[in-house]
Design a protein around this ligand. Sequence first.
Ligand code: GLC
Ligand code: GLC
Length: 819
Amino acid sequence: MKFGFFDDQNREYVITQPNTPLPWINYLGCQAYFGIISNTAGGYSFYRDARLRRLTRYRYNNAPMDFGGRYIYLRDDESRQFWSPSWQPTRHDLENYSCRHGMGYTVIGSTYNGIEAHTRYFVPLDENLEIWQLTVTNRRATRAQISTFASIEFCLWDAQDDATNFQRNFNIGQVEVEDGVIYHKTEYRERRNHFAYFGCSEQSAGFDTQREAFLGPYRGWDSPAAVEAGQLTNSIAHGWSPIGAHQVKLDLAPGETRQIAFVLGYQENPVDQKFDPEDSQTINKKQVKPVIAKYLDPKQADAAFERLRQHWDKLLGIFQVDTPDIHTNRMVNIWNAYQCMVTFNLSRSASFYESGIGRGLGFRDSNQDLLGFVHMAPERARQRILDLAATQLPTGGAYHQYQPLTKRGNNDIGGGFNDDPLWLIVGVSAYLKETGDWSILDEEVLFDNQPGSEKPLYEHLLRSFSYTLERLGPHGLPLIGRADWNDCLNLNCFSSTPGQSFQTTTNKGGQVAESVFIAGLFVSASRELAAIAKHCRLNAEADTYLREGTKMEQVVHEHGWDGEWFLRAYDDSGAKIGSKECAEGKIFIESNGFCVLAGIGLDDGRAAKALAATHEHLATKHGIVVLQPPYSKYYLNLGEISSYPPGYKENAGVFCHVNPWVMIGETRLGHGDQAHDYYSRINPSAREEISDLHRCEPYVYAQMIAGKDAPTFGEAKNSWLTGTAAWNYYAIVQWILGIRTTLDGLEIAPVIPKNWPGFKATRIFRGVVYHISIERKGDGNQISLIVDGSPIEGNLVLPPTDSRKEVTIKGFLGEPLHK
Ligand code: GLC
Ligand code: GLC
């Protein structure tokens, strides 16, 4: 069952009934000001940091789930009926309800009793504000007297404190109202130099800033007393819960349309110019007034919207593809790329599953996110890499997370996740391949942000590398530390205390438990690093990295192979994990996927065996599960992984983040059908028809789909903020379609399904537009290329040495072209 449809032309998903299985959301903003918005206008906004600069309030774990939002009410001032065109919060039976989620904007609207209303919500580029453009049309045969109300609830900035510290918070709320604009200035009197504002383009018929005056005692947002009465009360908040509500009266002739704009924004003043007059407590509004005036002007707002559209044209235009599979096209061309941008911006901080008050930016997550994002905004990727590297510790280890506002490592969680540092090599390598900007390696970067500790970025990579080598276990495999990619495989934790964090509790010395996954990652990273060194003419160093990589590969063969597949790990007692000898958890996806991705066992048949076993034991129609059989009880020696009931999360759920490792592995084996089949099983668009089962948005990936051992097999959870976005993008674009960035140029190596006659793609790479067409001539993946009319040897297309800005590549797949 579907709840809407894709409008690919407009790059929108159109939801046609408001009661989707879960709130289906979108993100507003792509630089510093962000908002989450659901299909019924639920959600909230923040500036840079979802915890520390939260503009509007949202109650997590609420029922309904998306409650608290950007709510608009319309009231028929004759019949006194009121409703919300976005369905929530009043939930009337609307006609023609639709929610169009697009690239950085959302339009929600409907018709009720002959009154049509739509609101377009978006954040203009380079501004710290959001615009709501409400359009109201009278479709009746008679005049209509309509009151419109727009409302938000302010958060008292620190979202954690806001949700807990009521003995203080109920006393500190402050606002100002001037020229029809509501200013939220809680704590501005003391150490804050920022405030929020909520303005309206039309003559005000009233406002409210105190929640209780607006809602009335004992009422919720579904029936605000002031809306019911048809008149806001001009309340001024002192303490309690500051809100922003505007009322505008419309007298509409039949067929008449009116537009009203609301602007919600964030503003900082210089610390020494907070007040005007200076010795007063009144906000200095000199800077902000022109900004508000600008975006309340419909022409300016429309122009800003047009710029946003062009921004996305440009970003998405960097890679476009036309294949025989609509789900591939739509995800690659639109939604997956878009999701990559969102995960890059927000990491794992703010969604309806991530509270925005917990996690900062993950070291491993953010490095992996680069894989899907680096081509769209290389300058921002560069900065991200430098920020991440500056949180690396002098040992080469890394804080597991850092806070975006301070850019400092997070002490609460600390380090010791032994895969973390290696992802820096993966991230930097992806950046170099995309940009060819070798200067980044010479950038001086601090360790742990300590002044005086700076070393070139290249040195950071070396420390990542030696961090692993200096921490090898009894079999010569890397020690796992607190966890590797799998945060829940906690082999040094041994926690029997409820509530203790599995991630930060370490009760064992950590000198025994080893990870085959990290070994695979190390082999892959060693080759990336060697290629980088070679490019810098550091041949001896390159040889060392290759040698260490090959050594590790041998260790994997010797101690990491179980006979039919790769082992997962050794626990603290030296016992195997992910082996046929185990009662449960006999086989895991991560080590099998990543070892093959790294090229281990490609030439001796082990890679093929490992992926055949993966297919046999782990693949399901809803994706590949993490392990089999699931852990049926809690294992003290394994930690959080066994805390989940079978089929969920790391305990045998389909973790969509790691499925692409197997897809890439399959391409390395030349299996295009299998690779694309796995790709399609978790492709959200391909799952649209089963939206009632899948339940999450059909336009973005979710972190997890419940595995076959769960009663809810096939149900997705935790959409949007997941490494799944980057890895699937990378797998389909670079390995299945095979348009691959290398340090030297573009490699063309498609491993596509047999029955595809070919495909076309456009790729803008290092300033050159490549028009690529691939035509299947026969079976197999052998390719011959004609570049601007001339056949070339091999499949690496070097950047033009002349002034050409467009290059045409024709590829013939299957039987060789020239005999
Ligand atoms: C979450 C974390 C990621 C981790 C994965 C598996 O997605 O953000 O860092 O690798 O879970 O545990
Ligand atoms: C939990 C989640 C895991 C996530 C981790 C982050 O363990 O199950 O997916 O990576 O928290 O701290």
